[in-house]
Design a protein around this ligand. Structure first.
Ligand code: THU
Length: 134
């Protein structure tokens, strides 16, 4: 199985745990480390709205808190509750957080396990502000 398909399947499964009682929009993500581990995440909402964690940032926080900082790729799948998940581009905050740890060549799979497209972080966040700018 390709990395993309395997990660998409893991993201779909993570999406099932989405806590999204306000938006009713369920997102799952699966982050592959360079060491070959997969960290999944889902969106976790708050009644106060702004503390909400996107699925991607949930996965990043899980991985970094377990000592992993080198990442190869992420799969993201999203869609309305009760519907099958599909193409869901990462929000700007998540793109910026990915840029904290990932190179422009980092792969981003969008779609579902049967049909997805491969992007890179460089494509989705060109001219990013990173530690090199400080
Ligand atoms: N969401 C994500 O989990 N990832 C994204 O990149 C886009 C948005 C979540 C946040 C919120 O819980 C819901 O989708 C609707 O915006």
């Amino acid at each position: 199985m390709t990395d993309g398909k395997m990660l998409m399947t893991a993201a779909q499964r993570a999406r099932e745990n989405s806590y999204s009682p306000y938006s009713h929009f369920c997102v799952g993500a699966a982050l592959l480390t360079k060491s070959g581990k997969i960290f999944t995440g889902c969106n976790v909402e708050s009644a106060a709205f702004s503390p909400t964690s996107c699925a991607e940032r949930t996965a990043i926080a899980k991985a970094v808190s377990e000592g992993e900082r080198a990442f190869e790729a992420i799969a993201i799948v999203g869609g309305k509750a009760g519907e099958k998940g599909g193409f869901c581009p990462p929000c700007g905050v998540c793109r910026q957080m990915l840029a904290e740890f990932c190179a422009p060549s980092f792969k981003i799979y969008l779609g579902d396990e049967n049909s997805f497209e491969t992007y890179t972080l460089g494509m989705l966040l060109p001219l990013s502000f990173t530690r090199q700018n400080l």
